[in-house]
Ligand binder design. Structure first.
Ligand SMILES: Cc1cc2nc3c(=O)[nH]c(=O)nc-3n(C[C@H](O)[C@H](O)[C@H](O)COP(=O)(O)OP(=O)(O)OC[C@H]3O[C@@H](n4cnc5c(N)ncnc54)[C@H](O)[C@@H]3O)c2cc1C
Length: 465
């Protein structure tokens, strides 16, 4: 590959692919984004993103990275109906109790199709970016005539292939998600396989739309973290005065399509059931169970080819309970933009080195997700040594935060939002707080936050009395 790629093919036009296209779009570069789905004109769920009907939050750090790639995108989202909220205003129940309410991080909440729609419009308006939709990438071959890659694509109508096309590219970016076929394509090219890591807590989601005006709810949203032996769930406000309400459980406690209301009634706190009773559930229940953490060590493959990259869920996907996937894809795309702009990507070995940078982006969220999941009995494997000690320490800090310790709460949130490294949790100041709590005892537990707005709560209690 030369110093700057002229022809780029991105596999997949979901968020990872769109961020990659935004990162690479610049004069002299043609970016072709190939997507197997026909994309809807208006925000709507689609087959290629089966998680699209589940609730999605954009972690603060992810939103910042999205702004770096597409300045003004947060305002675009808000204009399209997304809801701005401060994560400190969420009613958030952890195992030891309710999180202390403190000013935390500005995020936006919207349905996944709306986020993708807004980002897609922005990216397709960039010069040099084009979309080839309804077309599947079938495989990669070494390029000819000085090009790094030939990308084989097919377009189908029904079962019939109606067009085959070979796209020549200097750089290919795989952003085809959890079901990426890159391991197969690499083996066909004779490239050494990458090691895979899988940590699956067997978490399932069941989600339905709730019609309930946002101003009838006092909390910005509700999260009841699912934990060993107990159901959980969440409710987040989305565009159009609606909410997405999800039941979340692991193993035998995974929710089914059958009855979300009953499931939510079995969650240890009634907050979610209260919301559902105050509004109207509409449409089908969408169930999703592909949630295991899965990571590929492509950066360790010695004969990794130049001009080939992979990001987003195709590189690493997480248990979605921690809301990290989109943020990680955006952070990787910022790395991609910087490596491309500086010429580092175009140097021999540049793609593999950049995959090493992506691996550093992934390390922290991977540690957070797997460190928590490995405590669950539904996950195979256990934490050992330092990881187990760190996990216990985090639990202890969560307990302090559930008893009103604001400093601890802020530190936990910073790490959770990928705004500070996990080593933040080892600062002497936090250690001092834990020691003081050992000596003097913890303060009273954080009181249960108000869920419904006062007028609504009065109407509800009048109706039930
Ligand atoms: C239940 C659930 C809840 C989640 N909640 C959150 C959350 O709150 N916050 C968050 O940040 N993340 C969340 N995530 C994760 C988030 O959905 C993903 O991290 C994100 O969508 C990854 O984007 P991606 O572009 O890498 O992959 P995907 O979104 O999976 O997209 C892959 C794209 O590639 C296309 N494609 C696949 N194969 C081919 C091919 N051969 N040729 C052409 N096109 C192809 C597909 O059609 C699709 O458009 C959640 C995930 C789940 C499962």
């Amino acid at each position: 590959m030369g110093a700057s790629p002229r022809d780029v093919v991105v596999v997949g036009a979901s968020l990872g692919g769109l961020f990659a296209a935004a990162a690479l779009a610049r004069p002299g570069t043609r970016v072709t984004v190939v997507e197997r789905d026909e994309l809807p004109e208006h925000p709507a769920p689609r087959a290629g993103v089966p998680q699209g009907r589940q609730p999605h939050v954009l972690l603060h750090r992810g939103l910042v990275a999205m702004e770096q790639l597409l300045p003004g995108v947060r305002d675009d989202l808000l204009r399209a109906g997304a809801v701005a909220l401060d994560t400190g205003d969420l009613a958030w129940l952890n195992e030891p109790g309710w999180a202390t309410p403190v000013r935390e991080y500005g995020v936006v909440s919207a349905t996944r199709p709306l986020v993708e729609h807004v980002v897609r419009q922005r990216v397709l308006a960039l010069r040099g970016v084009r979309l080839v939709q309804g077309t599947r990438v079938q495989g990669l071959a070494r390029g000819v005539g000085g090009r790094a890659w030939s990308v084989d694509t097919t377009r189908r109508e029904g079962h019939a292939v109606v067009r085959r096309e070979r796209l020549e590219a200097d750089l290919v970016v795989d952003a085809s998600g959890r079901a990426s076929r890159l391991p197969l394509w690499l083996s066909e090219l004779g490239v050494e396989p990458a090691r895979r890591h899988k940590v699956d807590a067997r978490v399932g989601y069941a989600t339905q739309v709730l019609e309930l005006p946002h101003d009838r709810v006092a909390a910005a949203g509700v999260v009841v973290l699912q934990r060993a032996g107990a159901r959980g769930g969440l409710a987040l406000p989305v565009e159009g005065d609606r909410w997405l309400v999800a039941g979340v459980g692991a193993g035998e406690l995974r929710p089914s399509r059958a009855d979300l209301r009953t499931f939510l009634g079995l969650v240890p706190d009634p907050a979610l059931a209260q919301l559902v009773d105050a509004g109207h559930l509409v449409g089908d229940v969408a169930v999703h169970r592909q949630t295991g953490n899965l990571r590929h060590d492509y950066h360790r493959v010695h004969d990794w080819p130049d001009g080939l990259l992979v990001l987003g869920d195709a590189l690493c996907c997480f248990n979605p309970v921690y809301g990290q996937g989109i943020a990680v894809a955006a952070l990787e795309a910022v790395e991609l933009r910087d490596a491309d702009a500086s010429g580092r990507l175009g140097r021999p070995g540049g793609a593999r080195r950049l995959l090493g940078r992506f691996a550093s982006v992934v390390d922290v969220p991977w540690g957070i997700a797997t460190g928590t999941d490995l405590r669950l009995p539904t996950t195979e494997g256990r934490l050992t040594g330092l990881d187990a000690a760190f996990s216990s320490w985090t639990q202890e800090l969560t307990r302090l935060a559930a008893h009103g310790d604001r400093t601890v709460q802020r530190s936990l949130s910073a790490v959770y939002h990928l705004a500070a490294p996990p080593t933040t949790l080892l600062r002497p100041r936090l250690l001092a707080h834990a020691l003081r709590a050992r000596v003097t005892g913890v303060g009273p537990g954080v009181p249960r936050p108000q869920i419904l707005a006062p007028a609504q709560a009065r109407r509800d209690s009048a109706a039930t009395s």
